[in-house]
Design a protein around this ligand. Structure first.
Ligand code: NAD
Length: 340
C-alpha cells in the first residue's frame, strides 16, 4: 500500500482515479479546489480543498501529507473553455507548481496527465500524421493553448527527470477521451453529448480520432504504472486508451470521410482497431484495458455494429484449416492474428 497524492481528484477522471486507487488498497489524498461530496468519498481516501496555484499551497500539502507518489490531474481540461492565455498559464503553472513541489519534498514517484491533443489533430490548417496507428513516436504538433500546455506538462516532468537522474521517477500519460462510469448510463460526456450519440453519429467522435477510455481503466493503468516505475526508463510518456475505437464502423471506412488524405494511411484500421496504439503501455508495463463500449454501455447498443462483424468475420477460423497442424493456417488470409 502506498500513500498517493492526487490533484484534481474531484474531476471527471479524478473521481475514478481516487476510487480505483483506494479500491486497490492505497491511501489516497485527493486535493482539488472543489470537494468530492462526503458521501462519495471512498473509504481509504481523504481530501483537502485548496487552490494549487496559491503560493506555497502545493508544497505545504505535499509536505504535510508525505505521499509516496503524486499524480497530477488538476487542469483546465477542455480546449477553448477559457481564454487561450488563461488555459496556457493555468495548466503550465499548475504542472510546474505540483511537480516542483513534489520533487523538492523528495516524493519518489511523480506522474502528470497530458493529452492526445498534443499531437495536433483538428488544426484548422490541416493535419495528417506520418502513419497510423498514432503512438508515442508520432510527432506532436499542438495548435492551441490546451494542447501546448499538455506538451509542456510532459516536458516539465522530463526536465525534472533530466535533473534528478534516477533518484526520482517521473512519467506522463495521455488519456484518451475519458468516459466516467455514469456516462455509460447516459450522463453527458465532456463535449456534452452522450456516448450513444457519439456512436450513432461518427461526426461527433471524429474530432477526437474516435478515441476513448473508461476512467476506471485509467485508474488501473496508474496503479500498474506506479508499481513499475522503478523498472522502466525515466520520464516516459504513454497513451492510455481503449483497445477499440468509439465507432460502430471500421476506421478504415470512417477516416476517408472525416480526415482528407488519410485513406492510404488508415486502410489497415479494419474491424474494431483504434487510431491510437497502446502497445507501449502493454509492452513496458503489462497493462491492458478491461472495458470497452461494447461491454459497458447500458443498455447495450442495439444499432448496427459493422466493425465488430468485420472483426469477428476476420478472426473466425477457416473450417478447412482446422485439421491443419500448422496453426498459422487457422487465420484466414488477410486477417490479423489478434483476438477480437
Ligand atoms: N477528460 C478527458 O477526456 C481528458 C483527456 C485527456 C487528458 N485529460 C487530462 O486529465 C486531467 C483530468 O481531466 P478531467 O476530465 O478529470 O478534468 P476536470 O475538469 O473534470 O477536472 C479537473 C479538476 O482540476 C481541478 N482544478 C483546476 N484548477 C485547480 C487549481 N488551481 N487548484 C486545485 N484544483 C484545480 C478542478 O476543480 C477539477 O476538479 C486533466 O489534466 C486533463 O487535461 C482529460
Amino acid at each position: 500500500m502506498s500513500r498517493i497524492f492526487v490533484t484534481g481528484g474531484s474531476g471527471r477522471l479524478g473521481r475514478s482515479v481516487v476510487a480505483g486507487l483506494a479500491d486497490a488498497g492505497h491511501k489516497v489524498i485527493s486535493v482539488d479546489r472543489d470537494a468530492i461530496p462526503a458521501d462519495q468519498l471512498p473509504a481509504g481516501a481523504e481530501q483537502h480543498t485548496a487552490d494549487l496555484l496559491a503560493p506555497g499551497e502545493a508544497e505545504r500539502l505535499i509536505r504535510e501529507t508525505a505521499p509516496d507518489a503524486v499524480i497530477h490531474l488538476a487542469a483546465i481540461a477542455v480546449p477553448f473553455s477559457a481564454p487561450e492565455d488563461v488555459i496556457f498559464s493555468t495548466n503550465t503553472r499548475l504542472a510546474y507548481a505540483v511537480v516542483s513541489a513534489a520533487t523538492d519534498a523528495g516524493v519518489p514517484k511523480i506522474v502528470t496527465a497530458s493529452s492526445p491533443t498534443a499531437l495536433g489533430y483538428g488544426s484548422p490548417a490541416g493535419w495528417l500524421p506520418p502513419s497510423f496507428p498514432l503512438n508515442e513516436q508520432t510527432p506532436p504538433k499542438p495548435w492551441n493553448a490546451y494542447a501546448l500546455s499538455k506538451l509542456i506538462a510532459e516536458q516539465t516532468v522530463q526536465m525534472f527527470a533530466a535533473a534528478q537522474g534516477h533518484k526520482i521517477r517521473y512519467a506522463a500519460f495521455r488519456p484518451c477521451y475519458v468516459i466516467s462510469p455514469e456516462e455509460w448510463e447516459g450522463a453527458p460526456t465532456q463535449q456534452g453529448h452522450t456516448v450513444r450519440e457519439r456512436l450513432d453519429d461518427p461526426a461527433l467522435s471524429a474530432p477526437a480520432q474516435f478515441n476513448y477510455v473508461d476512467a476506471r481503466d485509467v485508474a488501473d493503468f496508474l496503479d500498474v504504472l506506479l508499481a513499475k516505475m522503478d523498472s522502466i526508463p525515466n520520464g516516459e510518456v504513454f497513451f492510455v486508451g481503449a483497445k477499440d475505437a468509439l465507432a460502430t464502423a471500421p476506421l478504415a471506412e470512417l477516416y476517408p470521410r472525416f480526415l482528407p488524405g488519410s485513406g492510404p494511411l488508415t486502410e489497415h484500421l479494419t474491424g474494431t482497431s483504434p487510431a491510437f496504439s497502446i502497445d507501449k503501455a502493454r509492452e513496458l508495463l503489462g497493462w491492458e484495458p478491461k472495458r470497452t463500449w461494447r461491454t459497458e454501455l447500458t443498455p447495450a447498443y442495439e444499432g448496427v455494429d459493422t466493425a465488430s462483424d468485420q472483426e469477428n468475420h476476420q478472426a473466425a477460423p477457416n473450417p478447412a484449416a482446422l485439421n491443419d497442424e500448422n496453426h498459422a493456417g487457422l487465420v484466414p488470409a488477410g486477417a490479423t492474428k489478434e483476438t477480437p
